[in-house]
Design a protein around this ligand. Structure first.
Ligand SMILES: [Ca+2]
Length: 337
């Protein structure tokens, strides 16, 4: 009888695991998470320090138009006063002018190239400081969502993530930030790092702009992180600038960047991160999940091989030039509105 019960218990567990895989669809090959559709996304950016942030938000809107994503909020980790207005201009163009925007009051504040064009496009948020503070907005949104349902894609420095971890209970939730993340966040996608190894004493830009934040998040995030350092050789924006509609602010931002830097296309780091966050590995990427990112000090980060951990990073499956075509098609997809 005892043996029979033990067998029955084991069989029930196998069946339960199988059901969980079917229901949650959490058994995607390569150790990646299969997402439900639409993927609920919070987009967190340092918009203004490069132009790929604008492109990344544009393709996120297009994928939301197609039912692949639901955008919960757009957040800036850059405390520059123009970041909120730039996000609002893009959100408004894509028919989501009322989408929540949260802005850091403490993140780095570099001066940048797109300011002069923001005023040319409709938006009603005139200054980042008029938007809610980002971490409070994160807490409000996360508290209201089902457990394990939110994907956060960070395409800038990790300031907001570090402050979210350290946040305390508030009117929105009795949970600490760490507990809230553990409960609600399905996956953090971080456009950060150069994989498998960063150059010695010269970390990747998004990590080095706020070193303590990167160090904290890499070491303390209570859930899964996928790092997406890809995109340098995925050149986009050329067709967008040539063919994009005049009332879309995103081609204008790219045009400013191209003119200022005397180039005709730009790397797609942030667009790759958003593409993965919404579509998963698809036919685009493979995942390296055997090991862990370590940060011996705040200046460097390395991939240390070993057992699978809560960290993973992306590698190309599709050639960069083909990925560029996929992305440029999304950039040129008309807003549904
Ligand atoms: Ca960025």
């Amino acid at each position: 009888m005892a043996i029979w019960l033990a067998w029955f218990g084991a069989a029930a567990r196998v069946l339960a695991v199988g059901l969980v895989c079917v229901v949650v669809a959490g058994c995607r090959s390569g150790g990646s998470l299969e997402s439900e559709r639409p993927v609920a996304v919070i987009f967190d950016t340092d918009i203004g320090t490069d132009v790929d942030d604008a492109g990344a938000l544009a393709i996120l809107h297009v994928m939301a138009d197609r039912g692949e994503a639901e955008i919960l909020a757009t957040m800036s980790a850059n405390s520059n006063r123009w970041c909120g207005p730039a996000l609002d201009a893009i959100n408004t163009y894509y028919g989501r002018g009322d989408l929540a925007i949260g802005c850091s009051r403490t993140g780095p504040d570099p001066e940048n190239w797109y300011h002069e064009s923001v005023g040319d496009y409709p938006h009603d948020l005139k200054d980042s400081n008029d938007a809610p503070e980002a971490v409070g907005l994160y807490r409000e949104i996360l508290a209201a969502r089902p457990d394990g349902s939110v994907t956060i894609v960070v395409v800038g420095w990790l300031t907001n993530m570090a402050e979210l971890l350290d946040s305390g209970p508030d009117a929105h939730s009795p949970l600490t930030g760490r507990e809230l993340v553990a409960a609600k966040v399905r996956e953090l996608v971080s456009m950060g790092g150069t994989w498998p190894n960063s150059p010695k004493d010269e970390g990747e830009y998004n990590f080095t702009m706020d070193r303590p934040a990167a160090h904290k998040v890499i070491n303390e995030w209570p859930g899964r992180i996928v790092f997406t350092g890809l995109g340098k050789d995925v050149m986009t924006g050329g067709r967008l600038v040539a063919e994009g509609p005049g009332d879309n602010p995103v081609p204008a931002f790219y045009r400013n960047f191209f003119k200022a830097n005397n180039v005709s296309a730009r790397s797609s780091w942030d667009l790759i991160a958003v593409l993965y966050a919404v579509r998963g590995l698809s036919e685009y990427f493979t995942l390296v999940s055997d090991g862990k990112c370590i940060t011996p000090d705040e200046a460097s980060h390395q991939w240390q091989g070993g057992p699978a951990s809560n960290h993973a990073y992306l590698e190309y499956r599709m050639p960069p030039e083909d990925l560029a075509a996929v992305i440029e098609d999304l950039l040129l997809t008309p807003a549904a509105r």
